[in-house]
Design a protein around this ligand. Structure first.
Ligand code: GRF
Length: 204
């Protein structure tokens, strides 16, 4: 089985690359069929270098947030994805998009949710003084950084950490976490009961 994965990005795209590598070496039973960005970014260039289908859908070219989300939804839907992965996508998706991909749309967030939601999670965790932080992959719903949690990985915060060093360590975790979660989803092993996710064992 080869799952069809669309990745949404806004930045450096290191998670997109980690996922692309995991697809190529067979750790993930899927392939990235498109990389979609909301701005010019390094990740988009990397997608081009990898000869992945890639496109830019800029919000400012549309008259409203909903109009932009509609175009984004149609572009993504046209790739017939099994999985839509928001990996460093710095926009809040509107219900018009989210509702179209229920159960297939996941987000990667650099904290142990529900702590430190929002765009500055790494900085906020550091400033708050937590001793452990990490990363979360969760289903996207219509509240920000709120949907059911699929998997989390922790990392200790060191006394000499800066936002940059801590984020780098979190990203190193994410590069393993995201492919792992994509595999579980594509294998149909993620079960949702209310808002609790259970991972089913692999069938023999
Ligand atoms: C990741 O840390 C992710 O959790 C957050 O943004 C970062 C994206 O990094 N939402 P990259 O663009 O994949 O390098």
């Amino acid at each position: 089985m080869t799952g069809r994965i669309v990745v949404l990005i806004s930045g450096s795209g290191s998670n997109m690359e980690a996922l692309a590598d995991a697809c190529l070496d067979g750790r993930v039973p899927g392939a990235i069929v498109a990389v979609v960005a909301d701005r010019e970014c390094i990740g988009l260039k990397l997608a081009e270098q990898r000869e992945l289908d890639h496109l830019l859908v800029r919000p400012k070219n549309y008259e409203s947030r909903d109009a932009w989300n509609e175009v984004l939804r149609d572009e993504v839907a046209s790739r017939e994805p099994d999985l839509v992965v928001s990996a460093g996508f710095m926009r809040i998706l509107a219900p018009i998009f989210v509702d179209a991909f229920e159960g297939k749309l996941i987000n990667l967030h650099p904290s142990l949710l529900p702590s430190f939601k929002g765009a500055h999670a790494v900085r906020d965790a550091l400033e708050f003084g937590v001793k452990v932080t990490g990363s979360t992959v969760h289903f996207v719903d219509n509240d920000v950084d709120h949907g059911p949690i699929i998997m989390q990985k922790p990392t200790p915060v060191r006394d000499d950490d800066t936002e940059e060093t801590l984020h780098e360590r979190i990203k190193a975790l994410e590069h393993r976490l995201l492919p792992e979660v994509c595999t579980l989803l594509l294998e149909g092993r993620v079960e949702l009961v209310d808002r609790r996710v259970r991972i089913k064992p692999r069938e023999r």
